[in-house]
Structure formats: C-alpha cells, structure tokens
Design a protein around this ligand. Structure first.
Ligand code: PMP
Length: 306
C-alpha cells in the first residue's frame, strides 16, 4: 500500500472474532481501534471535528485550536491539525497517562495541565478561559459537538455492518464523552431496531447512580450525563470494576496476543456479561478503543496487590 500521509490510514480498522470461551456459544466481535495511526479510536474524531470546523467556516488557515481532553482525543486532534498546519493547545488533567501526554507534545501541540482533582470539568473550564483570551481560536469541544457522534455514525458504524454477514444482537461500548456509544447506537438501531445497546462504565462513574470516585480504568466514566445520550436509547448500563477490566487486559495479552487498554478490558468484561444474558449463538459487537502500550508507565500488566 502506497500512501502520501499517515492520516490516510485513519479508519477501516480490523474487526476481530474473539476466540475465547464465550457463554452460550455466542460470538464477541471487537473493533481494534489501536490500528489507527495515532493509536486510538479518537483519530476518527480529531479528523472529523477539524474537517467539520473547516467546512463550517469556523477554522481558517491561522486559527488556534484549543481542546480539553483525557488524551486520546488530543492525539487525534493534533494529528488532524498538523495536517492543516494549525497551532494547537490541548488541556489535559494531570492524571492521564504520561505516554498520551508525550505523544500530544511530539505531534507539536502545546499542553496545559489542569489538576487531577478538578477532573475533565476542570479541563473544560480552562480550555474555555484560554479560548476567551486567544483571538481567532476555535474549541471543537468533543463533549458537546454533534460532530462527535456523527464521526462514528458515518465511519465506524457502517464498517461494522460491512464486516458482518449476520444481524447484530447487542452493541457494547464504554462512554467518556459518549460520542462513540451514541453515534454507533443510532446507526445500528436504524439498521436493525432489535439491536440492543449496552453502555459500559467503571465503578465511580455516575451513569448507574453510584457515588462518584476515582477509578483506574482510563478513558471511560462520566462526571456528567453526556448531552449525546438525550436522543439515544440505552438498553442497559453495566458497571465494571477496575479489577475486572484489568483482569481482561492481562488475559488478552497472555492468551490472544492483544495489547488492549483498560477501557477495552471493561468493554470485554461487559460483553461477556451480555453473552450470559442473551440466547445461544448471539452476535455481540464491541469496541476496543486503544492499546495498553500507552499505559506502560502505569504498570497496566501488574497484578493488583491485596
Ligand atoms: N476508551 C478510551 C481509551 C478513550 O480515550 C475514550 C475517550 N475518552 C473512550 C474509551 C470513550 O470514548 P467516547 O469519548 O466516545 O465516549
């Protein structure tokens, strides 16, 4: 394959039919988003939101792009803005992985850290403050921008339908901004209203009404209900502990040669629960958003000490 720029490789990632012990002879298919050039599902979002801003006349040749992010969106946005030579400021709570923050800087973005305690809300506030002081700036704002679910509605969701011959019984995905879950759910239910959509959250996220507290599973979990969830039917919310998410991270590497991040581990743990609930021979589709390689500094393969 001959390419002219790395951004051409965004999307069209492989879908793996997992060869593990799945209840009731069902199948779990996982979209391997680590194969995007920036290493995560968020390359799709960065490319889509920047193009959307250009198409709508919100971004011109000298616009400064400012975005609050847990990291992967920052890498995706920086890949897109590098292509268009746009200055970029990313606002990231300190707690997110060293690897992700290093990659954002390597791509040429300026990084501003906010405190871990203030969470993603603190980063959103700071990004808005910087934008107010920066002339000709644009904040794509993944947490509110309809281009976020649209990115997945138009790219990843149709890829799933193309790759599978059989109907999808259940779609399982985690939520950070909620864009992945909302965009794909909308598309799949339009194709087949019988497809159930199950959202995955770590313990400490608020979707199931539990108390908010820190968790180690990175990239998913919400501090507020994503606005994209207003128009989307959620059939079930499954809460997965850090211990379960990391158990599957280790198992996938040891048994399947798959280096998945912790949000993927949580998605797999939830998919296995869904397989137990559904009839024999069901088809379950999930998304593995990124790779464990960007969490090595957090000892992602270390067994928890009791
Ligand atoms: N997993 C990882 C590793 C992520 O970085 C993100 C985005 N923060 C998600 C899952 C969740 O994606 P979304 O924002 O579309 O809900």
């Amino acid at each position: 394959m001959l390419i002219k720029k790395i951004q051409q490789l965004i999307g069209n990632t492989p879908l793996i039919d997992l060869q593990i012990n799945i209840p009731k002879q069902s199948h779990i298919y996982a979209k391997l988003e680590m194969f995007n050039p920036g290493g995560s599902i968020k390359d799709r979002l960065g490319q889509y939101m920047i193009q959307d801003g250009i198409d709508k006349g919100k971004i011109n040749a000298t616009t400064t792009i400012i975005e609050p992010t847990a990291g992967n969106t920052g890498i995706g946005v920086a890949l897109a803005t590098q292509e268009h030579h746009l200055p970029t400021i990313l606002v990231v709570p300190e707690k997110f992985s060293y690897e992700k923050q290093t990659l954002m800087k390597a791509l040429g973005a300026k990084l501003i850290n906010t405190s871990s305690e203030d969470g993603i809300k603190g980063a959103i506030k700071k990004a808005r403050e910087i934008a107010a002081k920066t002339p000709n700036s644009y904040v794509p704002m993944q947490f509110e921008n309809p281009a976020n679910p649209a990115a997945y509605y138009h790219t990843l969701a149709p890829e799933l339908i193309q790759d599978l011959d059989q109907p999808i019984d259940a779609f399982v995905a985690g939520a950070g901004s909620g864009g992945t879950f909302a965009g794909i759910t909308q598309y799949l239910k339009e194709q087949n209203p019988a497809t159930q959509s199950i959202v995955v959250e770590p313990e400490g996220s608020i979707l199931n009404g539990g108390p908010e507290h820190p968790h180690k599973t990175e990239g998913i979990g919400v501090e507020f209900i994503p606005p994209f969830f207003k128009n989307v039917q959620i059939d079930q919310t499954l809460t997965i502990s850090d211990a379960d998410a990391f158990k599957y991270v280790r198992q996938m590497a040891a048994q399947q040669g798959l280096f998945i991040g912790s949000s993927s581990g949580a998605a797999l743990a939830a998919s296995l629960k869904v397989a137990e609930q559904l009839p024999e021979n069901s088809t379950i589709v999930t998304v593995f958003p990124d790779s464990s390689e960007r969490y090595m500094s957090e000892n992602i393969y270390q067994k928890p000490q009791n």
